[in-house]
Design a protein around this ligand. Sequence first.
Ligand code: NAD
Ligand code: AKB
Length: 315
Amino acid sequence: MKKRILILGASGQIGTELASRLRKIYGKEKVVTSDIREQDKSLKKEGPFEVIDATDYKAIENVVINYEITDVYLLAAILSATAEKFPLRAWDLNMNSLFNVLNLAKEGKINKVFWPSSIAVFGKTTPSIDTPQKTIMEPSSAYGISKQAGERWCEYYHKRYGVDVRSIRYPGLISYKTQPGGGTTDYAVDIYHKALKHKKYICFLKEKTTLPMMYIDDAIEATLKLMKAPKDSIKIRNSYNLASISFNPKEIANSIIKHIPEFEISYKPDFRQAIAETWPQSIDDSEARKDWGWEHKYSLDDITMDMLKNLASMY
Ligand code: NAD
Ligand code: AKB
């Protein structure tokens, strides 16, 4: 059967970039993008788009049948900072969208599912340096709880019903094409915008708050690699640890200062500091490297160079 892909929540930080990579590989018409928000007019020519609420099983099923979809990438979610404001709304979206897609796969209507988890599945009691694949997981954020529950359900649907669901625990992602959507790691995107626009940035995390982070190009590569890997090589069906670099706000500021010497950072921690303090500082992703050949490319200075180069035209 020919591959036809549906992305749910495609207008966000990851979906925008994943959609264009998948369309380059499989062809424009083979990748249907969808979101609860109407599509940006500038993206209209890029390929088919449908408005879908990912909590609406029938709406997803109709599009799956009409376009003969084989693979679904579920990216619709409420991220950590917004989830702390609306915990039950986050639980409703993050869990019910996942059940919808897992059930479509269980019923044989689609073949393969990609669902992202996050470093937010870990908590204060998890070893925070080189966090192992298998370890104590006691998340305390609403978002982290939904991701951990999601992981358990992915594994359950794989073991019980043979569903081919694949997942990555993404670290905080950095990109320039869209603004990130309500996460704790969003400062690491905003800082580049403010550095170019105002030459200063007030950070909502403390200067020494080290977190695992990754450039979007590496994250997309990992996603494509995981989804292409032979079924037998996927040994972990809850979610794979994935890592590239770790840094704190002071270190990203120092990387920016190499290009914008007058740049200044100051610190005004808010509620997101408490979330960040429960997350690991670095991740052991040796299982992903062993099972499906994951390798990262971008260092912090590579990311800074690419971000400033691409954002420069906006300011
Ligand atoms: P985002 O917030 O940028 O995008 C999510 C998209 O989902 C938005 O376009 C939004 O309009 C859409 N959406 C919201 N409610 C919807 C609904 N009911 N139906 C359909 N669409 C809906 O998020 P992202 O950064 O692209 O993240 C995608 C996935 O990756 C999420 O599951 C997130 O938890 C996970 N993740 C992201 C990061 C990161 O740093 N970006 C890190 C770890 C995990
Ligand atoms: C967030 O900060 O909520 C996300 C994530 C790490 O899951 N970027």
